[in-house]
Design a protein around this ligand. Structure first.
Ligand SMILES: NC(=O)c1ccc[n+]([C@@H]2O[C@H](COP(=O)([O-])OP(=O)(O)OC[C@H]3O[C@@H](n4cnc5c(N)ncnc54)[C@H](O)[C@@H]3O)[C@@H](O)[C@H]2O)c1
Ligand SMILES: [Zn+2]
Ligand SMILES: [Zn+2]
Length: 396
């Protein structure tokens, strides 16, 4: 079968790889019909996530049709021929964490926990197509995908939704939703969202679904005008990080208080123009003396009103320097974060889609053959051709 493989930093390729097959009794094989590229995949391509090996199949936002089931799968939950979305974290459904709906913290689905134990103190869940730190599972940017514990992980989708309406339940819609939901948003709250990428877009709309009084979106008007425009169309007030001093603008529009809720939907590869620390991060990460560039997160903490909440859906992998712990502590901020507990949100978000409150297909700007994955990665990474979200089609 054909699949997208990670070759080395800045290089992915489409190669013939061994077919996905049933290995354990509760596995499924899914024929992938649509599979998206995520900002998290850029962290792999840019070499920010450790423990990748040449030849690893990547991708963690897939959906498709169940092709084959192992003999141990509970067929009252899923059958051959079902149309399914696959959440990016794998749950077991039975451990301490899954029972508390903390699916991305599952204790049983990372078969290589040693690396994560060393880096994080404890291992988190296995994640499809996302390095040997999270299990070394072959990912979903492929014609076929093996999914362990299929009766827990496969999420059946109604036939009347299109792929582009259902696909983002695998990751970015629940991710934006969890980031906003964690903040106990009140009707008069100002919610500021850093990053207008796909995750930022779903965060903006989720904050609105949850009743935010006002949403402000921050990104780079010169580099990604189409993302700013998409945020404006959703009703957000937009601040250009490029030529406005973000902190002053946010305080101006909140009567000097700062936003009640600040959400970092940028993650470990933030750009910065105004702060000296941005240059510092760039030099230190290039010299491998720091693992990430937390520019947006620092700014979110500095801007947030006293007693407010900072939510971090953006991915971080290691150790950040110049982290404003003093501001965090003295202003009494609450931090919310995590890899998304995708399974927990599927039913609720399907409800929003079916009620017509949101149509997740709004975010798709490109659909391309899987065979053109290297070009698709390049375009998404460089923000070319107005690219906001690319879906790959494994049948082409
Ligand atoms: N928590 C989770 O489970 C989860 C799931 C999916 C994605 N993510 C993470 O969410 C983040 C965003 O994903 P995406 O797909 O939207 O990525 P993306 O790369 O497409 O978008 C990031 C955006 O941030 C903007 N940006 C960069 N520096 C900025 C700054 N200083 N201030 C404001 N904006 C800035 C960029 O211009 C870009 O538009 C990534 O870190 C990704 O790994 C987390
Ligand atoms: Zn993702
Ligand atoms: Zn579990």
């Amino acid at each position: 079968m054909k699949a997208v493989v990670w070759c080395a930093p800045y290089k992915v390729a489409v190669e013939e790889v061994p077919d996905a097959k049933i290995i354990n009794r509760r596995d499924a094989v899914v024929r992938v019909t649509s599979t998206a590229i995520c900002g998290s995949d850029l962290h792999l391509v840019d070499g920010f996530i450790p423990f990748m090996k040449a030849g690893d199949v990547i991708g963690h936002e897939p959906m498709g049709i169940v092709e084959e089931l192992g003999p141990g799968v509970d067929q009252s939950k899923v059958k051959v021929g079902d149309r399914v979305v696959v959440p990016f974290p794998l749950g077991c459904g039975e451990c301490f964490f899954c029972r508390r709906q903390l699916w991305s913290c599952c204790d049983n689905t990372n078969p290589k926990p040693r690396l994560a134990e060393e880096l994080f103190g404890q291992s988190t869940a296995g994640i499809l197509g996302y390095s040997h730190l999270t299990g070394g599972f072959a990912g979903g940017q492929a014609q076929f995908l093996r999914v362990p514990l299929a009766d827990v992980n496969l999420q059946k989708m109604p036939e009347d939704l299109t792929d582009h309406q259902a696909l983002f339940l695998s990751d970015i819609f629940p991710t934006g939703y969890m980031a906003a939901e964690a903040c106990d948003i009140q009707p008069d709250d100002t919610v500021a969202v850093w990053g207008c990428g796909p995750v930022g877009q779903f965060t903006i709309r989720s904050a609105q679904l949850l009743g935010a009084g006002r949403v402000v979106a921050i990104d780079d008007e010169q580099r990604v005008p189409e993302r700013m425009e998409m945020a404006r169309r959703a009703g957000a007030l937009v601040i250009d990080m490029h030529d406005q001093y973000v902190h002053d603008r946010l305080l101006d529009i909140t009567g000097g208080l700062g936003p009640d809720v600040c959400i970092d939907a940028v993650g470990m590869e933030a750009h910065g123009y105004t702060a000296l620390t941005a240059a510092y991060d760039k030099i230190k990460t290039n010299l491998f003396m720091e693992t990430e560039r937390p520019h947006a997160l620092r700014q979110a903490i500095e801007c947030c009103r006293k007693g407010g909440t900072v939510s971090i859906p953006g991915v971080y992998g290691g150790f950040s320097d110049k982290f404003p712990l003093g501001a965090l502590m003295n202003k009494g901020l609450t931090i919310k974060t995590g890899q998304t507990h995708v399974h927990r949100y599927i039913g609720e978000l399907l409800g929003h889609i079916r009620a017509g409150r949101i149509d997740p297909s709004f975010v798709v700007t490109h659909r391309m053959p899987l065979t053109q994955a290297p070009q698709a990665y390049e375009m998404f990474r460089e923000k070319q051709d107005g690219c906001i979200k690319v879906v790959l089609d494994p049948a082409r």
